[in-house]
Design a protein around this ligand. Structure first.
Ligand code: NAD
Length: 484
Protein backbone atom coordinates (compact mmCIF):
# COMPACT_ATOMS: atom_id res chain seq x y z
CA UNK A 1 0.00 0.00 0.00
CA UNK A 2 1.16 3.52 -0.84
CA UNK A 3 0.29 4.83 2.65
CA UNK A 4 0.29 3.12 6.05
CA UNK A 5 -3.03 2.34 7.72
CA UNK A 6 -4.89 5.40 8.98
CA UNK A 7 -5.12 6.00 12.74
CA UNK A 8 -7.23 8.19 14.98
CA UNK A 9 -5.52 11.25 16.46
CA UNK A 10 -6.35 11.67 20.13
CA UNK A 11 -4.64 13.88 22.71
CA UNK A 12 -1.86 14.83 20.31
CA UNK A 13 -0.88 11.28 19.22
CA UNK A 14 -1.94 8.79 16.59
CA UNK A 15 -3.82 5.92 18.21
CA UNK A 16 -4.65 2.66 16.46
CA UNK A 17 -8.37 1.94 16.43
CA UNK A 18 -9.78 -1.42 17.47
CA UNK A 19 -12.57 -1.17 14.90
CA UNK A 20 -12.62 -3.18 11.70
CA UNK A 21 -11.09 -1.50 8.67
CA UNK A 22 -12.17 -0.50 5.17
CA UNK A 23 -9.89 -0.23 2.17
CA UNK A 24 -9.12 3.25 0.82
CA UNK A 25 -8.90 3.46 -2.97
CA UNK A 26 -7.10 5.84 -5.29
CA UNK A 27 -9.90 6.78 -7.73
CA UNK A 28 -7.34 7.60 -10.44
CA UNK A 29 -6.34 3.96 -10.89
CA UNK A 30 -8.56 1.91 -8.57
CA UNK A 31 -5.63 0.75 -6.41
CA UNK A 32 -5.90 0.21 -2.67
CA UNK A 33 -3.69 2.84 -1.03
CA UNK A 34 -4.49 2.49 2.67
CA UNK A 35 -7.07 1.28 5.18
CA UNK A 36 -9.33 3.33 7.44
CA UNK A 37 -10.86 2.12 10.70
CA UNK A 38 -14.52 2.22 11.66
CA UNK A 39 -13.90 3.49 15.19
CA UNK A 40 -15.93 2.35 18.16
CA UNK A 41 -18.03 4.56 20.42
CA UNK A 42 -15.51 4.01 23.27
CA UNK A 43 -12.83 5.55 21.05
CA UNK A 44 -15.05 8.56 20.46
CA UNK A 45 -15.31 8.89 24.26
CA UNK A 46 -11.53 9.11 24.49
CA UNK A 47 -11.43 11.81 21.79
CA UNK A 48 -14.15 13.86 23.51
CA UNK A 49 -12.44 13.45 26.91
CA UNK A 50 -9.19 14.70 25.44
CA UNK A 51 -10.95 17.71 23.88
CA UNK A 52 -12.72 18.47 27.16
CA UNK A 53 -9.47 18.42 29.14
CA UNK A 54 -7.82 20.70 26.58
CA UNK A 55 -10.77 23.11 26.55
CA UNK A 56 -9.96 24.78 29.91
CA UNK A 57 -6.46 26.09 29.13
CA UNK A 58 -7.17 26.63 25.42
CA UNK A 59 -10.35 28.64 25.88
CA UNK A 60 -8.76 30.91 28.48
CA UNK A 61 -5.67 31.63 26.39
CA UNK A 62 -6.01 35.15 24.89
CA UNK A 63 -7.18 35.05 21.28
CA UNK A 64 -4.07 36.98 20.22
CA UNK A 65 -1.96 34.07 21.47
CA UNK A 66 -4.19 31.45 19.86
CA UNK A 67 -3.83 33.09 16.44
CA UNK A 68 -0.01 32.89 16.64
CA UNK A 69 -0.37 29.11 16.21
CA UNK A 70 -2.54 29.62 13.14
CA UNK A 71 -0.09 32.08 11.57
CA UNK A 72 2.41 29.21 11.80
CA UNK A 73 -0.16 26.68 10.54
CA UNK A 74 -0.82 28.86 7.49
CA UNK A 75 2.95 28.95 6.78
CA UNK A 76 3.10 25.16 7.10
CA UNK A 77 0.27 24.77 4.58
CA UNK A 78 2.33 26.86 2.16
CA UNK A 79 5.60 25.07 2.93
CA UNK A 80 3.98 21.65 2.38
CA UNK A 81 1.73 22.79 -0.49
CA UNK A 82 3.14 20.31 -3.03
CA UNK A 83 2.86 17.29 -0.78
CA UNK A 84 -0.62 18.24 0.50
CA UNK A 85 -1.91 18.75 -3.05
CA UNK A 86 -0.46 15.42 -4.16
CA UNK A 87 -2.21 13.70 -1.26
CA UNK A 88 -5.56 15.31 -2.19
CA UNK A 89 -5.05 14.25 -5.80
CA UNK A 90 -4.30 10.65 -4.89
CA UNK A 91 -7.09 10.10 -2.39
CA UNK A 92 -9.78 12.16 -4.16
CA UNK A 93 -8.90 11.80 -7.84
CA UNK A 94 -8.97 15.47 -8.79
CA UNK A 95 -6.29 17.03 -10.99
CA UNK A 96 -3.14 18.43 -9.41
CA UNK A 97 -4.09 22.02 -10.29
CA UNK A 98 -7.49 21.54 -8.65
CA UNK A 99 -5.74 20.08 -5.61
CA UNK A 100 -3.41 23.11 -5.44
CA UNK A 101 -6.45 25.41 -5.52
CA UNK A 102 -7.84 23.52 -2.54
CA UNK A 103 -4.66 24.08 -0.49
CA UNK A 104 -4.61 27.76 -1.51
CA UNK A 105 -8.17 28.12 -0.28
CA UNK A 106 -7.21 26.46 3.02
CA UNK A 107 -4.53 29.14 3.40
CA UNK A 108 -7.07 31.88 2.75
CA UNK A 109 -9.43 30.37 5.32
CA UNK A 110 -6.61 30.33 7.87
CA UNK A 111 -5.69 33.94 7.08
CA UNK A 112 -9.27 34.93 7.86
CA UNK A 113 -9.12 33.10 11.19
CA UNK A 114 -5.90 34.99 11.99
CA UNK A 115 -7.84 38.26 11.66
CA UNK A 116 -10.24 37.18 14.41
CA UNK A 117 -8.80 39.47 17.14
CA UNK A 118 -9.76 42.44 14.96
CA UNK A 119 -13.30 41.10 14.47
CA UNK A 120 -14.35 40.03 17.96
CA UNK A 121 -13.24 42.95 20.11
CA UNK A 122 -16.72 43.15 21.63
CA UNK A 123 -19.12 45.97 22.47
CA UNK A 124 -19.16 48.43 25.38
CA UNK A 125 -21.53 51.30 26.12
CA UNK A 126 -22.35 53.50 29.11
CA UNK A 127 -26.09 52.86 29.14
CA UNK A 128 -26.90 55.27 31.96
CA UNK A 129 -24.66 57.44 34.14
CA UNK A 130 -22.06 55.16 35.77
CA UNK A 131 -23.59 51.97 34.34
CA UNK A 132 -21.92 50.03 31.53
CA UNK A 133 -23.08 47.16 29.40
CA UNK A 134 -20.54 45.01 27.58
CA UNK A 135 -20.70 41.96 25.38
CA UNK A 136 -17.95 39.34 25.17
CA UNK A 137 -17.77 36.26 23.01
CA UNK A 138 -17.11 32.88 24.61
CA UNK A 139 -16.33 29.58 22.86
CA UNK A 140 -19.07 26.95 22.92
CA UNK A 141 -16.91 24.05 24.16
CA UNK A 142 -16.12 20.77 22.40
CA UNK A 143 -17.39 20.94 18.83
CA UNK A 144 -17.58 18.22 16.19
CA UNK A 145 -16.94 18.57 12.49
CA UNK A 146 -18.05 15.92 9.97
CA UNK A 147 -16.78 16.28 6.41
CA UNK A 148 -17.45 14.88 2.89
CA UNK A 149 -15.15 13.31 0.30
CA UNK A 150 -15.01 16.08 -2.29
CA UNK A 151 -12.59 18.52 -0.60
CA UNK A 152 -10.37 16.49 1.76
CA UNK A 153 -8.24 19.48 2.74
CA UNK A 154 -10.43 22.57 2.20
CA UNK A 155 -13.69 21.55 3.90
CA UNK A 156 -11.92 20.56 7.15
CA UNK A 157 -10.27 23.99 6.99
CA UNK A 158 -13.70 25.63 6.66
CA UNK A 159 -14.13 24.81 10.33
CA UNK A 160 -10.79 24.09 12.04
CA UNK A 161 -9.12 27.54 12.02
CA UNK A 162 -12.26 29.55 12.87
CA UNK A 163 -13.62 27.20 15.52
CA UNK A 164 -10.26 26.74 17.26
CA UNK A 165 -9.09 30.37 17.10
CA UNK A 166 -12.39 31.27 18.74
CA UNK A 167 -11.44 29.01 21.67
CA UNK A 168 -13.31 25.77 20.99
CA UNK A 169 -11.72 22.33 20.94
CA UNK A 170 -12.67 19.83 18.25
CA UNK A 171 -13.34 16.25 17.32
CA UNK A 172 -13.31 15.84 13.55
CA UNK A 173 -14.72 12.90 11.56
CA UNK A 174 -13.47 12.96 7.95
CA UNK A 175 -15.04 11.05 5.08
CA UNK A 176 -13.95 7.42 5.18
CA UNK A 177 -13.37 7.69 1.41
CA UNK A 178 -10.63 10.33 1.87
CA UNK A 179 -9.17 9.95 5.38
CA UNK A 180 -5.51 10.73 4.60
CA UNK A 181 -5.46 14.54 4.32
CA UNK A 182 -7.05 14.88 7.76
CA UNK A 183 -4.11 13.04 9.32
CA UNK A 184 -1.64 15.43 7.71
CA UNK A 185 -3.71 18.40 8.92
CA UNK A 186 -3.47 16.98 12.47
CA UNK A 187 0.33 16.68 12.13
CA UNK A 188 0.70 20.22 10.80
CA UNK A 189 -1.46 21.66 13.59
CA UNK A 190 0.77 19.93 16.12
CA UNK A 191 3.91 21.18 14.36
CA UNK A 192 2.44 24.69 14.46
CA UNK A 193 2.27 24.39 18.26
CA UNK A 194 -1.38 23.49 18.85
CA UNK A 195 -1.63 22.03 22.37
CA UNK A 196 -2.47 18.33 22.58
CA UNK A 197 -6.19 17.57 22.72
CA UNK A 198 -7.38 20.78 21.07
CA UNK A 199 -7.82 18.93 17.77
CA UNK A 200 -8.74 15.23 17.62
CA UNK A 201 -9.56 12.94 14.75
CA UNK A 202 -11.90 10.00 14.83
CA UNK A 203 -12.37 7.87 11.73
CA UNK A 204 -15.45 5.92 10.76
CA UNK A 205 -18.79 6.04 8.99
CA UNK A 206 -22.49 6.22 9.85
CA UNK A 207 -22.20 4.68 13.34
CA UNK A 208 -19.58 7.10 14.60
CA UNK A 209 -21.53 10.07 13.15
CA UNK A 210 -24.58 8.89 15.07
CA UNK A 211 -22.48 8.55 18.22
CA UNK A 212 -21.21 12.12 17.73
CA UNK A 213 -24.79 13.42 17.44
CA UNK A 214 -25.72 11.65 20.67
CA UNK A 215 -22.58 12.37 22.72
CA UNK A 216 -23.35 14.47 25.81
CA UNK A 217 -19.82 15.91 25.87
CA UNK A 218 -20.16 17.57 22.45
CA UNK A 219 -21.81 21.01 22.44
CA UNK A 220 -22.04 21.72 18.71
CA UNK A 221 -22.00 19.74 15.47
CA UNK A 222 -21.10 20.96 12.01
CA UNK A 223 -21.65 18.74 8.99
CA UNK A 224 -20.96 19.04 5.26
CA UNK A 225 -22.26 16.36 2.88
CA UNK A 226 -25.38 15.17 1.08
CA UNK A 227 -28.83 16.57 1.90
CA UNK A 228 -30.08 13.15 2.96
CA UNK A 229 -27.44 12.84 5.68
CA UNK A 230 -27.48 16.59 6.50
CA UNK A 231 -31.14 16.22 7.48
CA UNK A 232 -30.50 13.09 9.58
CA UNK A 233 -27.59 14.70 11.42
CA UNK A 234 -29.50 17.95 11.97
CA UNK A 235 -32.52 16.17 13.44
CA UNK A 236 -30.49 13.78 15.58
CA UNK A 237 -28.07 16.35 17.02
CA UNK A 238 -30.69 19.08 17.65
CA UNK A 239 -32.84 16.49 19.44
CA UNK A 240 -29.93 16.26 21.88
CA UNK A 241 -30.13 20.08 22.20
CA UNK A 242 -26.82 20.76 20.47
CA UNK A 243 -26.05 23.77 18.30
CA UNK A 244 -26.06 22.35 14.77
CA UNK A 245 -25.30 23.55 11.27
CA UNK A 246 -25.45 21.07 8.40
CA UNK A 247 -24.64 21.86 4.77
CA UNK A 248 -26.25 19.62 2.18
CA UNK A 249 -26.25 18.89 -1.54
CA UNK A 250 -27.10 21.11 -4.47
CA UNK A 251 -28.60 21.44 -7.93
CA UNK A 252 -27.20 24.67 -9.30
CA UNK A 253 -28.82 26.43 -12.25
CA UNK A 254 -26.96 28.62 -14.70
CA UNK A 255 -29.37 30.88 -16.58
CA UNK A 256 -27.95 31.85 -19.98
CA UNK A 257 -29.47 34.74 -21.95
CA UNK A 258 -28.93 35.36 -25.70
CA UNK A 259 -26.90 38.54 -25.05
CA UNK A 260 -24.34 36.71 -22.91
CA UNK A 261 -20.68 37.08 -23.89
CA UNK A 262 -20.02 34.05 -26.10
CA UNK A 263 -16.53 32.94 -25.07
CA UNK A 264 -16.75 33.94 -21.42
CA UNK A 265 -20.06 32.12 -21.00
CA UNK A 266 -19.03 28.96 -22.84
CA UNK A 267 -15.77 28.57 -20.95
CA UNK A 268 -17.29 29.46 -17.55
CA UNK A 269 -20.18 27.03 -17.92
CA UNK A 270 -17.89 24.24 -19.12
CA UNK A 271 -15.43 24.84 -16.26
CA UNK A 272 -18.22 24.98 -13.70
CA UNK A 273 -19.82 21.69 -14.72
CA UNK A 274 -16.56 19.77 -15.16
CA UNK A 275 -14.21 21.19 -12.49
CA UNK A 276 -13.39 18.58 -9.82
CA UNK A 277 -15.23 16.15 -12.15
CA UNK A 278 -18.49 17.90 -11.31
CA UNK A 279 -18.13 16.86 -7.67
CA UNK A 280 -18.56 20.34 -6.22
CA UNK A 281 -21.61 21.54 -4.35
CA UNK A 282 -21.18 24.72 -6.46
CA UNK A 283 -20.96 22.93 -9.82
CA UNK A 284 -23.24 23.90 -12.69
CA UNK A 285 -25.66 21.04 -13.05
CA UNK A 286 -28.52 22.51 -15.08
CA UNK A 287 -28.21 25.22 -17.71
CA UNK A 288 -31.43 27.08 -18.39
CA UNK A 289 -31.18 28.33 -21.97
CA UNK A 290 -33.39 31.38 -22.45
CA UNK A 291 -34.49 31.96 -26.07
CA UNK A 292 -32.01 31.65 -28.92
CA UNK A 293 -28.68 30.61 -27.43
CA UNK A 294 -27.67 27.88 -29.91
CA UNK A 295 -24.42 29.70 -30.69
CA UNK A 296 -23.47 29.53 -26.99
CA UNK A 297 -24.40 25.84 -26.73
CA UNK A 298 -22.25 25.08 -29.78
CA UNK A 299 -19.26 26.88 -28.26
CA UNK A 300 -19.88 25.21 -24.92
CA UNK A 301 -19.76 21.79 -26.61
CA UNK A 302 -16.42 22.74 -28.21
CA UNK A 303 -15.12 23.61 -24.75
CA UNK A 304 -16.48 20.35 -23.30
CA UNK A 305 -14.73 18.31 -26.03
CA UNK A 306 -11.44 19.90 -24.98
CA UNK A 307 -11.84 18.57 -21.45
CA UNK A 308 -9.83 15.38 -21.46
CA UNK A 309 -9.94 12.79 -18.69
CA UNK A 310 -6.51 12.15 -17.21
CA UNK A 311 -5.34 15.57 -18.45
CA UNK A 312 -7.59 18.43 -17.38
CA UNK A 313 -10.33 16.24 -15.89
CA UNK A 314 -9.90 14.05 -12.84
CA UNK A 315 -11.78 10.92 -11.87
CA UNK A 316 -14.97 10.61 -9.85
CA UNK A 317 -14.67 9.17 -6.37
CA UNK A 318 -15.69 5.52 -6.87
CA UNK A 319 -16.87 2.87 -9.28
CA UNK A 320 -20.30 3.20 -7.66
CA UNK A 321 -20.34 6.95 -8.42
CA UNK A 322 -19.30 6.28 -12.05
CA UNK A 323 -22.15 3.79 -12.51
CA UNK A 324 -24.65 6.19 -10.88
CA UNK A 325 -23.61 9.16 -13.06
CA UNK A 326 -23.69 7.12 -16.29
CA UNK A 327 -27.11 5.74 -15.44
CA UNK A 328 -28.45 9.32 -15.16
CA UNK A 329 -27.13 10.00 -18.68
CA UNK A 330 -28.60 6.80 -20.13
CA UNK A 331 -31.97 7.40 -18.49
CA UNK A 332 -32.13 10.96 -19.90
CA UNK A 333 -31.30 9.62 -23.37
CA UNK A 334 -34.02 6.99 -23.08
CA UNK A 335 -36.49 9.71 -22.09
CA UNK A 336 -35.75 11.69 -25.27
CA UNK A 337 -32.94 14.04 -24.28
CA UNK A 338 -30.16 14.58 -26.83
CA UNK A 339 -26.57 13.77 -25.83
CA UNK A 340 -24.40 16.46 -27.46
CA UNK A 341 -21.16 15.43 -25.78
CA UNK A 342 -21.03 11.92 -24.33
CA UNK A 343 -18.66 11.11 -21.46
CA UNK A 344 -19.76 7.53 -20.91
CA UNK A 345 -17.29 4.64 -21.26
CA UNK A 346 -14.38 6.99 -20.70
CA UNK A 347 -10.96 5.33 -20.35
CA UNK A 348 -7.55 6.78 -19.56
CA UNK A 349 -4.58 4.96 -20.99
CA UNK A 350 -2.47 3.38 -18.27
CA UNK A 351 -5.24 3.96 -15.69
CA UNK A 352 -7.84 1.57 -17.06
CA UNK A 353 -9.16 0.78 -13.57
CA UNK A 354 -9.69 4.45 -12.69
CA UNK A 355 -13.21 5.85 -12.22
CA UNK A 356 -13.50 8.30 -15.11
CA UNK A 357 -16.57 9.93 -16.60
CA UNK A 358 -15.97 12.33 -19.47
CA UNK A 359 -17.54 15.79 -19.71
CA UNK A 360 -21.15 15.35 -20.86
CA UNK A 361 -23.59 17.89 -22.31
CA UNK A 362 -27.24 16.86 -22.65
CA UNK A 363 -29.72 19.00 -24.56
CA UNK A 364 -33.54 19.04 -24.65
CA UNK A 365 -33.86 18.01 -21.03
CA UNK A 366 -37.38 18.51 -19.67
CA UNK A 367 -37.81 19.97 -16.16
CA UNK A 368 -39.63 16.90 -14.86
CA UNK A 369 -36.79 14.48 -15.75
CA UNK A 370 -34.71 13.08 -12.89
CA UNK A 371 -31.52 14.53 -14.41
CA UNK A 372 -33.10 18.01 -14.25
CA UNK A 373 -34.14 17.70 -10.61
CA UNK A 374 -31.60 15.55 -8.77
CA UNK A 375 -27.98 16.15 -7.81
CA UNK A 376 -25.90 14.07 -10.27
CA UNK A 377 -22.49 15.01 -8.79
CA UNK A 378 -20.53 14.28 -11.95
CA UNK A 379 -19.28 16.26 -15.00
CA UNK A 380 -22.70 16.40 -16.59
CA UNK A 381 -24.70 19.42 -17.76
CA UNK A 382 -28.43 19.18 -18.47
CA UNK A 383 -29.74 21.93 -20.78
CA UNK A 384 -33.37 22.97 -20.37
CA UNK A 385 -34.89 25.41 -22.89
CA UNK A 386 -37.32 28.16 -21.91
CA UNK A 387 -38.74 31.21 -23.69
CA UNK A 388 -38.13 33.90 -21.11
CA UNK A 389 -36.37 34.78 -17.88
CA UNK A 390 -39.55 34.37 -15.78
CA UNK A 391 -39.79 30.72 -16.88
CA UNK A 392 -36.10 30.27 -16.06
CA UNK A 393 -36.69 31.55 -12.54
CA UNK A 394 -39.72 29.26 -12.13
CA UNK A 395 -37.48 26.27 -12.91
CA UNK A 396 -34.73 27.46 -10.59
CA UNK A 397 -37.22 28.14 -7.80
CA UNK A 398 -38.80 24.68 -8.13
CA UNK A 399 -35.60 22.96 -6.99
CA UNK A 400 -35.65 21.81 -3.37
CA UNK A 401 -32.00 22.84 -3.14
CA UNK A 402 -30.66 26.41 -3.03
CA UNK A 403 -26.88 26.50 -2.95
CA UNK A 404 -25.95 28.58 -6.00
CA UNK A 405 -27.48 30.11 -9.12
CA UNK A 406 -25.80 32.15 -11.86
CA UNK A 407 -26.89 34.31 -14.73
CA UNK A 408 -24.92 35.03 -17.90
CA UNK A 409 -25.93 38.27 -19.61
CA UNK A 410 -24.70 41.75 -20.57
CA UNK A 411 -27.90 43.30 -19.22
CA UNK A 412 -27.80 44.80 -15.73
CA UNK A 413 -31.58 44.64 -15.49
CA UNK A 414 -31.75 40.95 -16.32
CA UNK A 415 -28.93 40.20 -13.88
CA UNK A 416 -30.73 42.14 -11.13
CA UNK A 417 -33.92 40.19 -11.81
CA UNK A 418 -32.09 36.90 -11.27
CA UNK A 419 -30.25 38.19 -8.19
CA UNK A 420 -33.58 39.20 -6.65
CA UNK A 421 -35.66 36.17 -7.65
CA UNK A 422 -33.34 33.15 -7.55
CA UNK A 423 -33.93 31.02 -4.46
CA UNK A 424 -30.28 30.34 -3.61
CA UNK A 425 -27.79 31.53 -1.04
CA UNK A 426 -24.95 32.27 -3.48
CA UNK A 427 -25.55 34.08 -6.78
CA UNK A 428 -23.16 34.57 -9.69
CA UNK A 429 -23.33 37.14 -12.46
CA UNK A 430 -21.17 35.95 -15.37
CA UNK A 431 -19.44 33.63 -12.86
CA UNK A 432 -19.86 29.86 -13.08
CA UNK A 433 -18.77 29.00 -9.53
CA UNK A 434 -19.83 31.92 -7.31
CA UNK A 435 -17.96 30.90 -4.16
CA UNK A 436 -17.67 33.92 -1.87
CA UNK A 437 -14.09 34.69 -0.81
CA UNK A 438 -13.23 35.47 2.82
CA UNK A 439 -14.48 37.43 4.76
CA UNK A 440 -17.76 36.70 2.97
CA UNK A 441 -19.48 33.60 4.27
CA UNK A 442 -20.26 30.46 2.28
CA UNK A 443 -23.70 28.87 2.55
CA UNK A 444 -26.86 28.03 0.67
CA UNK A 445 -30.60 28.14 1.25
CA UNK A 446 -33.45 25.64 1.34
CA UNK A 447 -32.32 21.98 1.43
CA UNK A 448 -28.70 22.99 0.88
CA UNK A 449 -28.35 24.16 4.49
CA UNK A 450 -30.05 23.41 7.80
CA UNK A 451 -29.51 25.74 10.74
CA UNK A 452 -28.56 29.38 11.08
CA UNK A 453 -25.30 31.27 10.41
CA UNK A 454 -22.46 29.87 8.28
CA UNK A 455 -19.29 27.87 8.91
CA UNK A 456 -16.95 30.37 7.25
CA UNK A 457 -16.46 34.12 7.04
CA UNK A 458 -17.98 36.75 9.31
CA UNK A 459 -21.19 34.80 9.91
CA UNK A 460 -19.20 31.87 11.33
CA UNK A 461 -18.32 33.93 14.39
CA UNK A 462 -21.95 33.70 15.51
CA UNK A 463 -21.98 29.93 15.05
CA UNK A 464 -18.72 29.20 16.88
CA UNK A 465 -19.28 31.48 19.91
CA UNK A 466 -21.85 32.41 22.52
CA UNK A 467 -22.37 35.89 23.93
CA UNK A 468 -21.99 36.99 27.53
CA UNK A 469 -23.72 40.26 28.42
CA UNK A 470 -22.35 42.03 31.53
CA UNK A 471 -23.80 45.13 33.21
CA UNK A 472 -21.58 46.92 35.78
CA UNK A 473 -21.95 49.79 38.21
CA UNK A 474 -18.99 50.69 40.41
CA UNK A 475 -19.97 54.14 41.62
CA UNK A 476 -22.42 54.00 44.60
CA UNK A 477 -23.30 57.65 43.90
CA UNK A 478 -24.68 56.82 40.45
CA UNK A 479 -28.24 57.95 40.10
CA UNK A 480 -30.76 55.11 40.45
CA UNK A 481 -33.45 55.11 37.79
CA UNK A 482 -35.89 52.58 36.29
CA UNK A 483 -33.18 50.76 34.43
CA UNK A 484 -30.26 50.75 36.85
P1 NAD B 1 -22.22 12.01 2.45
O1 NAD B 1 -23.44 12.69 2.97
O2 NAD B 1 -22.37 10.65 1.88
O3 NAD B 1 -21.10 11.89 3.59
C1 NAD B 1 -20.75 13.00 4.38
C2 NAD B 1 -20.29 12.50 5.75
O4 NAD B 1 -21.38 11.84 6.38
C3 NAD B 1 -19.14 11.51 5.68
O5 NAD B 1 -18.23 11.82 6.70
C4 NAD B 1 -19.82 10.16 5.89
O6 NAD B 1 -19.00 9.25 6.57
C5 NAD B 1 -21.03 10.50 6.74
N1 NAD B 1 -22.21 9.65 6.45
C6 NAD B 1 -22.53 9.06 5.27
N2 NAD B 1 -23.72 8.42 5.38
C7 NAD B 1 -24.16 8.63 6.64
C8 NAD B 1 -25.34 8.23 7.36
N3 NAD B 1 -26.29 7.51 6.79
N4 NAD B 1 -25.47 8.64 8.64
C9 NAD B 1 -24.51 9.40 9.23
N5 NAD B 1 -23.37 9.79 8.59
C10 NAD B 1 -23.20 9.41 7.32
O7 NAD B 1 -21.57 13.02 1.39
P2 NAD B 1 -20.33 12.76 0.42
O8 NAD B 1 -20.75 11.79 -0.63
O9 NAD B 1 -19.11 12.49 1.20
O10 NAD B 1 -20.15 14.21 -0.22
C11 NAD B 1 -20.87 14.65 -1.34
C12 NAD B 1 -22.07 15.48 -0.94
O11 NAD B 1 -21.65 16.57 -0.13
C13 NAD B 1 -22.78 16.11 -2.14
O12 NAD B 1 -24.16 16.00 -1.93
C14 NAD B 1 -22.34 17.56 -2.10
O13 NAD B 1 -23.23 18.48 -2.70
C15 NAD B 1 -22.24 17.78 -0.63
N6 NAD B 1 -21.40 18.92 -0.29
C16 NAD B 1 -22.02 20.05 0.11
C17 NAD B 1 -21.29 21.18 0.40
C18 NAD B 1 -21.97 22.45 0.82
O14 NAD B 1 -21.28 23.38 1.17
N7 NAD B 1 -23.28 22.54 0.81
C19 NAD B 1 -19.88 21.15 0.28
C20 NAD B 1 -19.27 19.96 -0.11
C21 NAD B 1 -20.05 18.85 -0.40
Amino acid sequence: MLYPEVHNFIGGSFVKSEGKVLDVYCPLNGEIISTVPLSKASELNAAVDSARIAFGPWSTMPVKERVQIFFRYRQLLEKNRNELAELVKIENGKTLSEAFAEIDKSMELTEFACSMPQLISGELLEVSKGVECRIDRYPIGVVACITPFNFPNMVPNWTIPNALVLGNTMVMKPSEQVPLSAGRIAELLKEAGLPDGVFNLIHGGKEIVEAICEHPGIEAVSFVGSTKVAKLVYIRATSKLKRVLTLGGAKNHLIVLPDAHLQMTASNVAASMSGCAGQRCMAASAMVAVGKVDHIIEKLCDEARNIVAGKNLGSVISQEAKVRIESYITEAEEQGAKILVDGRNCKVEGCENGYYVGATVIDNVRPEMRIAREEVFGPVLAIIHVDNIEQAITIENSSPYGNAASVFTQSGGAAKYVIEHASAGMIGVNIGVPVPREPFSFGGWNESKFGVCDLTGNSSIEFWTKLKKTTTKWNPESKVNWMS
